[in-house]
Ligand binder design. Structure first.
Ligand code: 13P
Ligand code: SF4
Length: 304
């Protein structure tokens, strides 16, 4: 670490008894000052165990910071910029989910953690890309309303003998939608010894053309434990930053150099410093929404 702003942040963090949580898609300079880096599930688990800290700085997108608040309603959860929103999470408004529940009263409701809290409060449980199959299996229902990500829902449907109804019909991540089967073919030609790993938010034909499909945390563990040296990574490009920092000696190639989650990159060191100094902007939710959503988050954590 070389940057004086990074040194200032580390000092402030100690003075304020704060913890910095960051998602794997954060830029390198933020990954370097984070106390904990992870995928959505790992961040949820960490957020459920931060009793000894007075302040949480969450470098991720809105639904992740909201989940940290849901699990810690008495703590100050600060996100360096409120504009860091996940567009997919906003594709399932509360009224659309309520309408679908009315149409399918016998269905269990599983929402991807990438959803807004107003929708989460109406779910039986939540899932992340790391546990979607396991959590869906844990529900007794044969029919499942699954949202908002159609690709993750399809990934689950291919693994389980349950009827999956997508809500909305075509929820998706604009970053993972950039990948096509042709990109895999091209990269395989360029790197014939590399294994292709992609995220379950990719289109299902891309998932089927890859060698492995897993969450970002899963990718890190899999590559660290693999004897193979070369990997083509089908997810946001800064996942490679994380793996390179922790697993030396591997050759990692992005499936697409332009796979960048713009809102994840809105956090900067300056904004993290200001968030520590001012202890804002805070993430909060109405008490009833937080309480009802907590049940779904806790169900997922127990089923994981
Ligand atoms: P992970 O939980 O696999 O990190 O995925 C979160 C996400 O938003 C992927 O786009
Ligand atoms: Fe949302 Fe896609 Fe960004 Fe993940 S990569 S936070 S799903 S927009």
């Amino acid at each position: 670490m070389s940057n004086s702003l990074q040194e200032e942040i580390l000092k402030l963090k100690d003075e304020k008894n704060a913890i910095i949580l960051a998602h794997n898609y954060q830029p390198k300079e933020i990954q370097e000052i984070a106390d904990f880096l992870g995928d959505s599930l790992e961040l949820c688990i960490k957020a459920s165990k931060i009793d000894d800290k007075d302040l949480v700085i969450f470098c991720g997108v809105d639904f992740m910071a909201e989940t940290a608040f849901i699990l810690n309603p008495d703590k100050k959860i600060v996100i360096p910029t409120l504009e860091a929103e996940c567009p997919m999470a906003h594709m399932l408004p509360e009224d659309v989910l309520l309408e679908a529940k009315k149409e399918h009263p016998d269905a269990g409701v599983i929402l991807y953690v990438n959803s807004i809290a107003e929708a989460k409060q109406h779910a039986d449980t939540l899932c992340t890309s790391a546990n979607a199959v396991k959590v869906t299996e844990s529900l007794p229902h044969d029919k499942i309303l699954f949202g908002p990500d159609k690709n993750l829902g399809t990934h689950v449907a291919e693994k389980l003998d349950k009827e999956i109804i997508h809500v909305p019909k075509d929820g998706h991540c604009y970053v993972h939608r950039l990948f096509h089967v042709e990109d895999i073919e091209l990269k395989r030609e360029q790197h014939p010894n590399a294994e292709v790993i992609c995220h379950p938010e990719c289109n299902i034909n891309v998932q089927n053309a890859a060698d492995k499909v897993m969450s970002t945390g899963g990718m890190l563990k899999y590559i660290a434990e693999s004897d193979k040296e070369e990997f083509i990574i089908g997810t946001e490009v800064d996942m490679i930053t994380r793996i390179n920092a922790e697993v030396p000696g591997k050759k990692l190639y992005p499936l697409l150099e332009g796979a960048i989650c713009e809102t994840m990159k809105l956090h900067t060191l300056e904004k993290v410093r200001d968030a520590l100094v001012n202890e804002e902007p805070q993430v909060t939710l109405p008490k009833d929404v937080a309480e009802k959503s907590r049940k779904a988050v806790e169900h997922m954590l127990n089923a994981s």
